[in-house]
Design a protein around this ligand. Structure first.
Ligand code: HEC
Length: 412
């Protein structure tokens, strides 16, 4: 048994399972969020519920008809069997937090810490990340509870500026990719905390009052609905941020926080379109216009300000402090350097010479000893443990060369 090889493989499986569970839970949660927003908007008056106290909707799905009624404050009596919708949210957060630890904190030097941005230790990076996420919730909750909280517009503006500010903060401490995922995690944590700390406890108070034969205070339902609609506007931007770490062009710009702002606006207006449409307020096509404008602005910004984009447009590179900093001196055996330079770096370099490859795939550079050292565990996974790289062995790496990579990457 070779522990040096077993560990990365087990880590990879763990990552796969966590991501799988996270995506499935997220789909269940976001699906429920979309469903209930749609249902709420589609409710129509019904004779069985006094005007202003609720409504009903008829739905057709899976071979049957559903008649769903909503009681705004509380029904006359409470049935024994009540379905709660909360584990979708909790499970999404739990798997997401584990995935964050698994990928970004456990492999902090690979994915989270970029010495060109800030030379953090893994523990410092963890502290800033987890602290930032917790702070995000505290700040948001205070805003909602403050007098500002009475106006949807003010809350919207303050939360928007705050999230963009957090994105700017993270991009000044973390790798660009780590910054995006942390901004997403701040928003996603607000969403789950809304369910866990606000919506559910309020709902339990209503249930308790009903069981005690009292009239529940309508304010609990109202607060719950408000927080739940905040969550709804967060969904699309959060999913964008979580996916974007697979697309380096989205976060490689020095204006990554502007991309976050555009995703927030674009994602939220798409939800506005659907929420209005489902409520029978017509089709607010302007929403798609705004979303499209955000998209075009984001693409234009990525093209003109990322190294890849500028290269594609034939513009001179922007001199960043990262590039100006002297590369750290790293020892990599000459034989390994030769293999990587000969078999990988024609694609994995800022200006690839390989036909059809425009920019370094996945943003992974393998053209200096420092870059090789940094990506050691990825090289081990992609070119030794699996033969995923070079793709289809297009550059004809030999078994001896893979063995040399293995010896280097597993040396302790
Ligand atoms: C012909 C061009 C080419 C060559 C040569 C090449 N790669 Fe890649 N590499 C790619 C492409 C394209 C991707 C993105 C694959 C994808 O998106 O699924 C990639 C992705 C990667 C990744 C990221 C995988 C991930 O998803 O995390 C690593 C690591 C990597 N390559 C390492 C190497 C190493 C090591 C070599 C040399 C032994 C090598 N590559 C040679 C084109 C190349």
């Amino acid at each position: 048994m070779e522990p040096a090889l077993l560990e990365p493989i087990l880590h990879e499986f763990g990552s796969l399972l966590l991501r799988w569970a996270h995506i499935v839970a997220g789909m269940a949660w976001i699906g429920a969020s979309f469903y209930f927003m749609h249902l709420d908007a589609a409710l129509r008056p019904t004779p069985q519920i006094p005007a202003g106290k609720g409504g009903e909707a008829w739905e057709v799905h899976g071979g049957g008809f559903y008649q769903v009624k909503k009681y705004l404050v509380a029904p006359e009596f409470l049935p024994d069997h009540l379905i709660w919708h909360k584990w979708e949210s909790y499970f999404t957060w739990i798997t997401g937090a584990l995935l964050l630890v698994w990928t970004y904190y456990y492999q902090a030097t690979l994915f989270l810490i970029d010495p060109a941005v800030l030379a953090l230790t893994p523990w410092q990076a963890f502290g800033i990340g987890a602290g930032g996420i917790a702070f995000g919730w505290i700040f948001y909750d205070l805003v909602c509870r403050s007098p500002l909280g009475r106006s949807d517009l003010y809350v919207g503006i303050v939360v928007f500026v705050f999230v963009v500010g957090m994105a700017l903060f993270f991009q000044n401490v973390f790798s660009p990719r780590g910054a995006f995922v942390h901004t997403g995690a701040v928003m996603a944590t607000i969403m789950t905390a809304n369910v866990f700390l606000i919506i559910q406890p309020n709902q339990r108070k209503v249930v308790a009052a009903l069981k005690a034969g009292q009239e529940p205070d309508p304010k609990y339902g109202k607060i719950g609905k408000l927080r739940s609609s905040h969550n709804n506007y967060f969904t699309l931007p959060v999913i964008f941020l979580m996916m974007s770490n697979h697309y380096p062009i989205t976060y490689s710009t020095p204006y990554a926080f502007v991309i976050v702002a555009l995703a927030l606006i674009g994602g939220a207006v798409v939800r506005v379109f659907y929420n209005r449409r489902h409520a029978g307020h017509g089709n607010a096509w302007w929403c798609w216009g705004v979303a499209f404008a955000c998209l075009i602005a984001a693409i234009a910004l990525c093209l003109t300000t990322t190294p890849q984009g500028r290269l594609a447009l034939g513009l001179p590179a922007l001199v960043s402090t990262a590039e100006a900093a002297p590369a750290p001196v790293v020892e990599v055996p000459p034989q390994v350097q030769d293999v990587v330079m000969g078999r990988c770096s024609m694609c994995h370099t800022a200006e690839p010479v390989y036909e059809g490859i425009a920019t370094a795939p996945r943003g992974i550079l393998l053209d200096t000893p420092a870059a090789m050292e940094r990506n050691k565990s990825l090289i081990l996974m992609q070119s030794v443990l699996t033969h995923a790289m070079p793709p289809n062995n297009i550059t004809e790496i030999t078994p001896e060369e893979r063995a040399a990579l293995k010896a280097w990457a597993t040396a302790r």
